[in-house]
Design a protein around this ligand. Structure first.
Ligand SMILES: [Zn+2]
Length: 473
């Protein structure tokens, strides 16, 4: 019996050792499946740069051995990214990479291609089992940038003013805009019968210089871009400096009211509170106007020159450089981005042109404010109102009463603050009040190409010409 028991124990030990060894191999050297690959490409169309995000993870205990991203096209395979994980390094079982490979040197032909991610682990691949994993995405190689032909040859702008460019831009472009230094003016496409015909209303904002060089830029879905320097003449301007006296009565009347309305604390020192209003609240008010006027109707809603508030005297002009004086000291400097027009107290405020009300409410330094979209990125702003007679979404006609003047917001007396904005940037309203400027710089250019049948034609040249006779002063 003792002999049999010894033999049995011996066999059991051998079986246990084998089981342990098999278990160890299974645990450390085999895997339940190939590595998992999660894979997103930057876009289906690839230009100069192929990019994407990849996460590979081993499905079992064996760590990753290597990961590779490659582009397969026309029978060739171009490696774009490869990373090895050496056996003596700490084991990596999951790896996320972002790749961005420049294809310009790779000599890859345009057309269909496949982006592949391959990965393998340190697992033993027994019995001819699948070695590693490959995930792929079909893409198109496109290295041809959009084509731009600028149609308009004359772009005469004044610093702070606007202009219009017409161009033919190939249909592959997905993003077309005029870039003026840090300002961006998106194009309108689909307005003209010619599907390639494109228009951009753009400005040289007042804080730039006459040396600004507007560019027309078109980029396609693959990221290829074409830029054309526009032929422009920019007339320089010196904006006048104006001193604004600030006294304690004004601070007491305005600072607590505005800060409370915008939800900011009112400091004991009202001069500090005033600086918060004139800097922070001003910037927030501008940001809000910018956001409100960034989107616009894709057709012009106006029918001629813009209407200037009736019988109102200009108190302050566009881009006045304001110097704020308190107790004999300069405490701040800001630029006045519009026109201040004053007549009687509580005068009716008239819509400058046909459009759609996109905002009717309180906006910081502008107080109770109405913003009207006129299409093509043009909007008008009416600030410091004492009452508002329109609602957001409402269509208005030129001259229609939209409210009454007042002194809400940062206003020392009853007046209308009037701004014209182009794609969220203040421009000089004088141009839009001027029938000749509007005809020469905008309407005649728009009239030089046939309009698509489905586009509205409110700003047809006939309407503008008819309005010429009753131009505003
Ligand atoms: Zn103003």
């Amino acid at each position: 019996m003792a002999g049999w028991q010894a033999v049995r124990t011996g066999w059991l030990a051998v079986v246990a050792v084998i089981a342990l060894a098999v278990g160890a191999v299974w645990w450390f050297k085999l895997e339940p499946g190939p590595p998992r690959v999660a894979f997103a490409v930057g876009g289906e169309r690839i230009g100069r740069t192929a990019s994407g995000d990849v996460t590979v993870s081993s499905s079992g205990r064996p760590p990753l051995r290597w990961v590779e991203v490659r582009l397969a096209a026309g029978g060739q395979s171009v490696p774009l990214y490869r990373e090895e994980f050496p056996p003596d390094a700490p084991p990596t079982r999951e790896k996320s990479i972002h790749f961005a490979a420049d294809l310009t040197q790779a000599g890859v032909a345009e057309g269909p291609a496949t982006l592949e991610v391959a990965a393998d682990t340190y697992a033993w691949h027994l019995l001819g089992g699948a070695r590693g994993a490959v995930a792929s995405r079909d893409v198109t190689i496109d290295s041809t940038p959009p084509r731009i032909d600028v149609l308009t040859t004359q772009h005469n702008l004044r610093l702070g003013g606007a202009g219009l460019v017409l161009a033919r831009v190939s249909a592959d472009a997905v993003d077309v805009q005029v870039v003026v230094d840090r300002y961006v003016f998106p194009a309108v496409r689909g307005y003209f019968a010619d599907p390639e015909a494109t228009l951009v209303l753009f400005a040289v904002p007042q804080d730039l210089t006459a040396q600004a060089r507007p560019l027309l830029r078109a980029s396609d879905a693959a990221g290829n871009a074409t830029e054309v320097v526009l032929p422009v003449t920019i007339k320089d301007r010196n904006f006048p400096e104006r001193q604004m006296g600030i006294d304690d009565a004004f601070l007491q009347r305005k600072v607590p009211e505005i800060l409370t309305k915008v939800g900011k604390p009112v400091p004991v020192d009202l001069k500090d509170g005033y600086l918060t209003v004139n800097r922070e609240v001003r910037r927030e008010s501008e940001d809000k106007l910018h956001a409100l006027t960034a989107h616009s109707a894709a057709e012009p809603l106006w029918t001629g020159p813009f209407h200037r508030q009736s019988n109102a005297a200009p108190m302050s002009a566009f881009a006045d450089r304001r110097v704020y004086i308190y107790k004999g000291e300069t405490i701040d400097r800001q630029t006045h981005l519009g026109y201040d027009l004053a007549s009687l107290q509580r005068a009716s405020v008239e819509a400058a042109q046909n459009g759609v009300v996109v905002f009717a409410g309180y906006n910081g330094i502008y107080g109770d404010t109405v913003v009207i979209d006129h299409g093509f990125g043009v909007a008008s702003v009416y600030g410091h109102l004492s009452s508002i007679a329109v609602k957001e979404g409402q269509s208005v006609k030129v001259g229609e009463t939209i409210g009454q003047t007042g002194e809400s917001g940062l206003a020392g007396g009853d007046h209308l603050h009037f701004s014209i904005m182009l794609r969220g940037n203040h421009v000089d309203p004088v141009e839009w009040w001027d029938a000749h400027w509007l005809r020469d710089q905008v309407t005649s250019k728009l009239a030089s190409l046939p309009v698509a049948k489905n586009a509205q034609t409110a700003a047809a040249p006939d309407a503008a010409a008819a309005a010429d006779g009753q131009a505003q002063p």
